[in-house]
Design a protein around this ligand. Structure first.
Ligand code: PLP
Length: 382
């Protein structure tokens, strides 16, 4: 645990910064009205200093340098994996991970019918066929029971995402993949620093992916990482990305922006968890709304997710109060049969697509009186 001061709330519109570009993480975009919450990306002096150091050294002009190497080392330390490859985005990371796991045209790849839509696209781009399975009735990711019922010969891999800070049932999913000889592609884009049963998110998959996109808890605006302990997967990944220049690199400046955020990751994860817990304990309606997916054990909350049948009206009221809220992803349960196969009716995916409401992670960094204010606003709007 580090001992830096907690992120400071931005108290004036002047340091609220410009309205950010679209958020692809399946949730709200912080908007101009939400300026009283801590800003995102964080405006910490140590980020400015880290970037300035790279500028002053001239290393910003290199293909590779110290900052990207240190970032790689820190990710190795965080996740405990042997190979880390920095890439230009989480989306490209998932595509490269599938490719390195040997996915080729004609293969089927299972994924949850409620997921980051780019994961579906990555499977299609490789000429493989998505096979949608239902979401866990108590979570947001692949339901192990639903996956167990899937057994076509052509399935080669499963993509599993940890969404919003609710861990997937990854131990069970890992066991199923081992039994069936399927590759497990773990999407930990939203949850760096999460531990599941004492093992880091990102260390369960044959290959795993992190994102450093603009909406993520570690951000360089863009960027990502592909992680594996498997030498064969690592060498396929390198063979695909090296041409011989790195075909989808991260720059020294991006890495410099990320390094101080990694130093404060535990601290930020703790603050988000404390705010989430205070919301669940203090806001009456969130208890009702989240009855089927409330997180009870300390976790790496990314966004606070609530299910409510009257979502649009609730989002409207919360937004009027200046809260950065929005709906989740569009569920893929209605995707055309020309594009994918489906295992069952995917009822839980449909429910998530219709009812999920997300409070942005910037708001979860609220501390002290700001956190109380957040709880009052949520209570009043609910
Ligand atoms: C679960 C998940 N996977 C993958 C991605 C893709 O990451 P990127 O935006 O860096 O391409 C995102 C981003 O929104 C995500 O939320």
């Amino acid at each position: 645990m580090t001992h830096h001061t907690p992120p400071k709330p931005a108290s004036t519109p002047a340091n609220a910064g410009p309205v950010p570009p679209p958020d692809h993480s399946g949730g709200p975009q912080p908007n101009a009205d939400s300026h009283f919450f801590p800003t995102w990306p964080p405006q910490w002096p140590e980020i400015t200093e880290s970037i300035l150091q790279v500028l002053r050294s001239g290393h910003w002009g290199r293909y590779r340098g110290e900052a990207t190497e240190r970032l790689r080392e820190k990710i190795v330390e965080l996740i405990g994996c042997g190979h880390v490859r920095l890439v230009s985005s989480g989306s490209l990371g998932v595509e490269s991970a599938l490719r390195a796991a040997g996915i080729s045209p004609g293969n089927q790849v299972a994924l949850c019918g409620y997921d980051y839509p780019g994961n579906f696209r990555a499977i299609e781009i490789l000429g493989a066929r998505p096979l949608l399975v239902d979401a866990d009735p108590a979570g947001f990711s692949v339901d192990p029971e639903s996956l167990r019922q899937v057994s076509p010969e052509s399935v080669k891999a499963v993509v599993v995402s940890h969404l919003y800070g609710v861990p997937a049932k990854i131990r069970q999913l890992r066991e199923i993949c081992d039994q069936k000889d399927w590759a497990l592609i773990e999407d930990a884009c939203q949850t760096p620093g999460m531990a599941i049963d004492g093992r880091p998110a990102g260390a369960w998959g044959d290959v795993a992916v992190l994102s450093f996109g603009g909406s993520k808890p570690l951000t360089a605006g863009n960027g990502g990482a592909v992680l594996t302990n498997n030498d064969r997967i690592a060498s396929k990944l390198n063979a695909y990305l090296d041409r011989p220049s790195d075909s989808t690199p991260m720059s020294e400046l991006q890495a410099a922006a990320l390094l101080p955020q990694l130093d404060r990751l535990d601290e930020c994860n703790r603050i988000r968890w404390e705010t989430y817990s205070a919301i669940v304990a203090g806001v009456d309606w969130t208890g009702r709304a989240t009855s089927s997916c409330r997180v009870t054990e300390p976790s790496t909350i990314y966004k606070a997710a609530f299910l409510t049948p009257r979502r649009d009206a609730l989002i409207e009221r919360l937004r009027r109060s200046g809260l950065p809220v929005g709906p989740g992803y569009r569920s893929m349960h209605r995707s055309s049969d020309r594009r994918c196969d489906k295992s069952g009716p995917l009822d839980r995916c449909r429910q998530l697509g219709e009812q999920l409401c997300l409070l942005d992670h910037a708001a979860l960094l609220a501390t002290g009186s700001l956190r109380s204010e957040l709880i009052d606003l949520l209570t009043a709007a609910g």
